[in-house]
Design a binder for this molecule. Sequence first.
Ligand code: ATP
Ligand code: MG
Length: 430
Amino acid sequence: MAKFQAIRGTKDILPQEIQYWQFIHKKISNLLECANYQEIRTPIFENSDLYDRGIGKDTDIVNKEMYRFYDRSNRDVTLRPEGTAGIVRAFIENQMSYHNSLQRLWYSGPMFRYERPQSGRQRQFHQLGIEFLGSVDARADSEVIHLAISIFDNLGLKDLKLDLNSIGKVEDRHIYQAKLQDYLKTYHDELDLDSQKRLINNPIRILDSKHKHTQKILTGAPKISDFLSLSSQKHFDTVCNYLKLLNIPYNINHNLVRGLDYYNDTAFEIKTLTSKSQDTVCGGGRYDSLVRQLGGVATPAVGCAIGLERLLLLAKEKIDLPDRYLDFYIATQGEKANKVGMRLMQILHQKFFTIEIDMGSNNFGKQIKQANKKKAIACVIIGNEEIEQGIVTIKWLANQKQENMKMTQFVNKTSYLKKKILFYKSLKSY
Ligand code: ATP
Ligand code: MG
């Protein structure tokens, strides 16, 4: 029979690897909770219409990358390609603004895009996102940028750069788009094929082209910064000033546009300087029109999303995982001892000791070897003798010292045992 394989562009995260995921998850959630951001979890699939309207029909995501299908009741549904649209849907549906006019939220979970898989680019990947709904203040943009930067800082990642731009309001962009289109039309035949297509549907996205010759043509193109309204210009300057105040270096990049239609004003990306491909580890910006566009009361918002696979590619080598160890490895021999061992396993577990019970029917020598292999601090030995006398033998593996204890004593001396474990653990680390 043909072997089953994970679907192209998806990956198993095995136990060895998951430790890194748990490590960064803990670090980041701590950091965000300290800034009073609350976690939100929305469904993994939504009505496709949410993304058509929320992300925009002329975007690559909606046109080419969505996992879109009809369910058994013929509903047009999509596996979420990003988190913001779902959160805005939840914000409106649950009348979250009614309870609190400012919502500081974060999320983390799998996203799905049908793309060409390569390092740092998968079809199921994970994003961690921050969304701040309810404020037009430039301080909100700066707070979100500060949070994104501190996530990387906290993980010891240094070789990064923050690119910043303002893409103005929708109206500014319409005027600019027409000018850009006029300019690029004169170079139509020289543009790469993708850009030729975008020239009609979504010319601003051409600014994002990685194609060398297209980039060269773009150097002479009109700049969005010359088309910003006064209020957009002021907002952008204020964000820049706050970033200076917070000592967050940034680089203004006039060609930075976001792939999604719903952004306005601030757009930003955090890039790694250490890898050339898939170098964007975080993308974000302001999206003041999305809530209204999805049927809610107009609510300004700003947010960003970090690609966790890309983050981990950079962070893994900086993470020093704590050693995994067991407090007790329970070794038993004989039917009676097996029963006592099982009961002991339950009691120790309920007391939050880290434990494992041996499941082979090996002699004690082999079981103790296993205990060492599993980095146990102590092996609890229960054989015939122990059963007869109602005791357990504790073998402290660091120095092979043994002690006997009445079973009833053993299960009640929690603080004595915890202290001893701490002591032996400290011996192990030297
Ligand atoms: P790219 O230009 O690399 O395709 P994007 O602009 O499509 O990125 P966003 O929609 O802004 O990306 O998503 C935010 C972040 O999520 C990206 O900066 C990246 O780190 C990560 N990301 C996006 N698509 C993928 C993917 N297919 N696989 C892994 N990570 C991804
Ligand atoms: Mg993309």
